[in-house]
Design a protein around this ligand. Structure first.
Ligand code: SF4
Length: 329
């Protein structure tokens, strides 16, 4: 059975229960016409002032073909956003099976263990199978860590490629074996590449941008993204060193912004970043956290906001150009 997920959750448990996780964000944004899903959600009554990711997920579930039909959804009800909770209520009323998954309020491996056990009980996943699935996924996560290293240390992987692989690790495209073999082919082909030479090294913080051409625009401006903050978190590259509960306790995204800022600060030093672009989604509570990004990060930071899927508008482009010129100066 395909199980939809609205954010990163312990997919090891879903695989162990014999199901296929399907990240609904990826399904929405990779569609040739993602705005169609937003229109479907608005027709169903979602306000225009709701985050486009939430509307996109809802529209995707309304419109999915029989082949990909998803009737069970794991909603992250703690550690994501209140929009997700409301989305879960609507989906339940629509007749879907909604399984809430709530990260502990603060990182705590013991509490996380109980939370993971709750999910395992709900899905009927046995402990030895969960352990086996973790052992299957850990080497892939290690290879993703290597891909990330090749991005910032060897300059062999573009920011867009880096983002694509790391984001897709939230569900391993539903098929870890295929994901792994494609990743290995990609890594092998890097041997024939010359390092990318860009004047400016950037970090991209925040939720994955809904903009379709941000990486290409930065590339044209001679700037490389060598740190994708949240996608790297989705990949949990530290997993092989930890138990499953520790692995998801080190994941910064569900917790207070201080831990995310610490992770970003470390990346600034290690990856020798010149600046940070903090992407925020329109109507997202995380826009408020941008105040702390501005207050606490010592590195030049540009905040970008977008609402709908599509290319960068003229005003945003001018702001990016000015920021890059300032960093070059
Ligand atoms: S972008 Fe913000 S509002 Fe939208 S789903 Fe993510 S956390 Fe929630």
């Amino acid at each position: 059975m395909n199980i939809g997920i609205t954010s990163t959750i312990p997919v090891e448990v879903v695989f162990a229960a014999g199901h296929t996780p399907c990240d609904l964000n990826n399904l929405f944004i990779t569609d040739p016409d993602p705005n169609h899903f937003i229109r479907l959600a608005e027709e169903a009554g979602f306000p225009q002032t709701t985050c486009a990711w939430i509307k996109g997920i809802y529209g995707t579930l309304r419109d999915t073909s029989a082949e990909k039909k998803i009737d069970t959804i794991i909603i992250v009800s703690g550690g994501d956003c209140s929009n997700s909770i409301a989305l879960g209520e609507i989906l339940k009323d629509d007749g879907k099976r909604v399984i809430p998954f709530s990260y502990p309020h603060a990182p705590d491996a013991a509490q996380m263990e109980r939370t993971i056990q709750g999910l395992a009980d709900e899905l009927g996943a046995e402990a030895d199978k969960i352990k086996f699935c973790k052992q299957q996924l850990d080497p892939i996560r290690s290879r993703l860590a290597e891909l990330d290293r090749l991005t910032w240390q060897e300059n062999l992987v573009s920011g867009e490629e880096n983002q694509l692989y790391l984001v897709n690790s939230s569900d391993f495209n539903g098929n870890p074996e295929l994901f792994s073999s494609e990743l290995e082919i990609f890594l092998k082909n890097l041997q024939n590449r010359q390092p990318l030479k860009k004047k400016i090294r950037l970090g991209l913080a925040g939720v994955p941008p809904i903009l379709s051409d941000l990486y290409k625009t930065l590339d044209k401006l001679d700037a490389a993204v060598v740190f994708n903050e949240v996608p790297r978190q989705f990949a949990l590259p530290w997993a092989p060193e930890c138990t499953l509960a520790q692995q998801y306790s080190r994941y910064t995204y569900p917790y207070q912004v201080d831990q995310r800022l610490l992770d970003i600060e470390q990346a600034c030093v290690q990856r020798q970043l010149d600046g940070i672009i903090h992407y925020t989604q329109s109507f997202c509570f995380r826009q408020i956290e941008d105040i702390l990004f501005k207050r606490k990060l010592a590195i030049p930071t540009l905040t970008l906001e977008a609402d709908q899927p599509g290319p960068i508008d003229g005003r945003t482009l001018t702001r990016i150009e000015t920021f890059i010129e300032m960093l070059q100066g």
